[in-house]
Design a protein around this ligand. Structure first.
Ligand code: NAD
Length: 382
């Protein structure tokens, strides 16, 4: 498969000012509570298809602009992710400015919960980088609009289960495009990160009898996988973290860090495809074009890793694991559609995915406009 790239526009937004980016959003809320030291931003990109949803990140941002930029970028991304997963939610995101190691208190998360509650169901949130389920057990004392809670609190539990299932469906779609079959066994893989998602994907591939090259910076994760590999017919090769990019594998499965597809790593790739769970894998959107130029098939991260989102949004209907897994299976069809569109239109898979989502958003918005004026949307989960 080869791609022409001249029609690719890159990130159309990259030169917009912060004010312009805010203007693309429905609502941006600044949360300032001196009594708990809470400084946070909630960005709501769109509620046209349902309440906005997006995790809450906690990070010691360099300055306020950096936090705002992150919230705006991530909430817009959530609108696309929700459209691709066919869930009745729109895009939102929250960021708390602070060090997750030293600045967390139960009171801070309760204050954050009060701000979420003040939006009356326009925004649902839960864990993201730097926040944990325990933090949201504090926040949920102030608001019902928290998702992804532990099962004992009425949530769906471990979201890495559907996320890893979705990654396997995405890998199957990728194999279909590369080799015209869906057998996981004869293909070779390089997995970066053996955490909640990467470990489950690795176990599944070993159980299928495949050969996998893996890296992690935590020795214990590697030892656990070595132990498990002995009970399977698969082959496990442990490699140094810096060497994972140059392994002779067919498919690279990044399940750790963002930004790992960049000028330096691309030069090392011998992979035929990249299909993993990590968020924001491309350092810049242009790197998606570079992959296409090199005939490396790239599974857009926000589609292949959407199993977790499918689970947390399913809480709207009362969590049902069978329903979640059935919907997660659809990732296969979405990936095939995106790959085929990219091939047909001679654009990168990133651009094809964005266009695919924009079309879906427009179509659903039109459909929803028939009833939103007469029936108030059911925006309360609990
Ligand atoms: P995790 O924190 O459980 O696992 C990450 C693993 O990566 C850890 O084992 C860590 O030691 C390892 N790691 C860190 N730096 C590394 C390096 N330089 N080289 C090799 N390994 C390294 O996280 P997770 O929940 O498994 O998520 C993995 C990725 O998928 C993240 O980017 C996350 O944002 C994304 N994601 C996760 C979910 C989910 O449901 N858990 C959903 C969507 C996206």
């Amino acid at each position: 498969m080869s791609f022409a790239t001249q029609s690719f526009q890159g990130d159309k937004n990259k030169n917009l000012s912060l004010i312009d980016k805010m203007a693309e959003h429905e609502q941006v809320v600044f949360c300032n509570d001196p009594s708990t030291n809470l400084k946070a931003i909630i960005a709501i990109h769109s509620t046209k298809l349902g309440p906005a949803i997006g995790g809450c990140r906690m990070q010691p941002y360099e300055d306020f602009d950096a936090a705002l930029e992150d919230a705006l970028r991530l909430s817009k991304g959530m609108s696309y992710k929700c459209a691709a997963s066919d869930v009745d939610f729109g895009g939102g995101k929250a960021v708390i400015i602070g060090d997750p190691q030293t600045d967390k208190t139960p009171e801070l998360f309760r204050a954050f919960g009060q701000y979420v509650e003040s939006l009356h169901g326009r925004f649902y949130t839960g864990t993201d980088m730097g926040t944990t389920l325990e933090d949201f057990v504090h926040a949920m004392k102030e608001t019902n609009h928290i998702v992804g809670l532990p099962e004992e609190y009425g949530g769906g539990g471990d979201s890495s289960i559907p996320t890893s299932e979705g990654v396997i469906y995405g890998i199957k779609a990728t194999i279909r495009m590369l080799f015209d079959h869906e057998d996981l066994q004869p293909v070779t893989y390089a997995i970066q990160g053996l955490g909640k998602v990467g470990f489950k994907v690795a176990v599944r591939l070993l159980e299928e009898g495949a050969t996998i090259y893996v890296s992690d910076i935590v020795e214990n994760n590697i030892e656990r996988l070595q132990e498990h590999a002995m009970t399977t017919s698969g082959t496990l090769e442990i490699v140094d973290s810096n060497e994972i990019y140059r392994q002779p594998a067919d498919i690279f499965i990044p399940c750790a860090l963002g930004g790992i597809i960049n000028d330096t790593t691309i030069e090392q790739f011998q992979f035929k495809a990249i299909a993993g769970s990590a968020n924001n894998q491309l350092l810049k959107e242009e790197h998606g074009v570079e992959l296409a130029k090199r005939d490396i098939l790239y599974a857009p991260d926000y589609i292949i890793n959407s199993g977790g989102l499918i689970q947390v949004t399913d809480e709207l209907y009362g969590t049902n694991k069978k329903r979640v897994l059935a919907k997660t299976k659809e990732i296969y069809n979405t990936m095939i559609e995106v790959y085929k569109t990219a091939e047909m239109n001679q654009v990168s898979t990133v651009e094809a995915a964005n266009q695919f989502c924009e079309k879906l958003m427009a179509a659903r918005e039109k459909r929803n406009s028939f009833y939103t004026r007469t029936i108030s949307p059911k925006w309360s989960i609990r």
